[in-house]
Write a protein of this length. Structure first.
Length: 489
């Protein structure tokens, strides 16, 4: 006996994973393992580059090493544009996610198995491309698990976000432990094993995803395939030639990514603002996003120094001794995910409770950036000290301030991008927010050259003050920005 359409519509939704669709467990797992491998590898990457050969590193100057890490981080967010395009025009989000996971595994394997700079070059390129593709599409695939009327959507994304932060916490803890006891390549190898586990687990659960996850929203006409392939071949060849010719070098990678992100940003804003599909109200809202974008860049250029300057600072200044045991250097990067797990629910409840009385989007951006600047100023009492002169508790407190600033801007920025987006450019506006992270991350690597462990006061005071001024500027212009937002708050 077959069910009638009415009967099918009243079938209770599947609740196989904490009351959520069973497929969410699969996506939760692959994202958790991807973040485990991503942050686990990134946690030891900088010190691998600048530690001496005697300590198992490559012995690079700290400024160049920091620039490479910043350029790599910026490239990940630049790659989200390519990942989104492949999903929208060629393969669909689910396939891009799957293939991206395979590319990430190959990248981590290269870092673990290939020696020296060859492993770094091959590994970071593959991981940046793969992480960008996965990051661009994982959220989209999660969204296909729910109908527009499904009240479980927000709770499902909250569970998904928990997986991200669990991976972010355990990755540096375990890779850092291996690096400090048996060596860097064992740490890189663990990241590769973790991502492989995520890929295997995901491959078994792919068939349970809805058809919408594999849909191609705007298929590329077959007649344009040769043009796209030609552009890709030329781009790869150009990069290879410029690298062999010495134009692209480790010391200028951050500059190149900064220029690339700026060009992409200007192109996106120009395309959206000049489109005939955008009406006057939507165009005004896009203009309102410009000061938010600039403020976001200022924020991320400081926040992402957790993986550059803060690592060097922790190596040279931080007292990591706990009851006679020295905490691995990389564990400092697991402090922030703990605070995010604890405080993200607190902030969500706070905004819900305040309702219409909560600060507007421009004010949240302004507060987040000013608090981020304040976090840098908190380094000043400990600046220019000797080895082990900064108490571990001080860094924990400063990273708590980092987290508060992040929760005032990062999730709010994604929300603002979707609210201010013209109807024909929903994905592109989210890509613009990711571009602000890309630009800020690359700048964070570029700034390492100005950090002097022997004279830290100018560095922390100037950057902290700039962030405070940028945030204050947005706060003072909040009303004009709100006016441009045309009813969005």
């Amino acid at each position: 006996m077959t069910s009638s359409p009415d009967t099918a519509e009243t079938t209770p939704p599947e609740r196989g994973f904490f009351g959520q669709p069973r497929a969410l467990a699969n996506l939760f797992g692959v994202e958790m393992w991807e973040r485990f491998s991503f942050y686990g590898m990134q946690g030891i990457l900088l010190i691998y580059l600048y530690f001496s050969v005697a300590k198992g590193g490559l012995g690079m100057p700290e400024a160049i090493a920091g620039g490479i890490v910043g350029a790599y981080g910026g490239s990940v967010y630049l790659s989200t544009i390519l990942g989104a395009w492949l999903a929208d025009r060629l393969l669909g989000s689910e396939r891009v996610l799957f293939f991206s996971a395979m590319v990430i595994v190959a990248g981590h394997a290269a870092l673990a198995l290939l020696p020296g700079f060859v492993g770094v070059g091959v590994g970071l390129v593959l991981i940046a491309l793969g992480s960008g593709g996965l990051k661009a599409n994982a959220t989209s695939v999660v969204g296909t698990l729910y109908s527009e009327e499904d009240t479980r959507r927000d709770a499902g994304f909250s569970l998904f976000y928990l997986g991200i932060n669990l991976g972010s916490f355990f990755g540096p803890v375990l890779t850092g432990l291996l690096q400090s006891t048996v060596g860097f390549h064992w740490g890189f190898g663990l990241a590769a094993v973790g991502m492989t586990a995520g890929l295997i687990q995901y491959s078994f659960g792919r068939r349970n995803l809805p058809a919408a996850a594999s849909a191609v929203p705007n298929p590329l006409p077959a007649r344009r395939y040769p043009l796209v392939i030609g552009i890709a071949v030329v781009a790869i060849a150009l990069i290879v030639v410029l690298t062999l010719a010495g134009v692209i070098r480790p010391e200028n990678l951050a500059n190149i990514v900064i220029v690339g992100a700026l060009v992409a940003t200007l192109a996106y804003f120009t395309i959206i603002l000049s489109s005939r599909h955008v009406d006057a109200t939507e165009r005004s809202r896009v203009w309102a996003f410009v000061p938010l974008f600039i403020t976001s860049v200022a924020f991320w250029s400081l926040y992402q120094q957790q993986f550059t300057v803060l690592t060097v600072y922790s190596d040279k200044r931080l007292d990591r001794m706990i009851l006679g045991w020295e905490m691995p250097l990389v564990w400092v990067q697991s402090i922030n995910p703990v605070f995010i797990i604890v405080l993200s629910g607190v902030f969500a409840a706070l905004w819900t409770r305040l309702g219409k009385r909560q600060p507007t989007t421009p004010m949240k951006f302004a507060l987040g950036t000013m608090i981020m600047g304040g976090a840098f100023l908190l380094f000043l009492p400990f600046a220019n000290g000797g080895e082990g002169s900064t108490p571990l508790l001080a860094i924990v407190g400063i990273l708590l301030v980092f987290t508060v600033a992040e929760l005032l801007l990062s999730p709010i920025g994604l929300s603002a991008a979707t609210k201010l987006a013209p109807s024909h450019f929903k994905a592109q506006m989210v890509a613009l927010f990711f571009l602000s992270i890309s630009l800020g991350t690359a700048i964070s690597g570029w700034l390492v050259q100005f950090y002097d462990p022997q004279n830290e006061v100018p560095y922390f005071s100037i950057l902290g003050a700039i962030a405070v001024v940028v945030g204050l500027g947005l706060a003072l212009s909040a009303k004009p920005v709100l006016k441009l937002m045309k009813g969005v708050s």
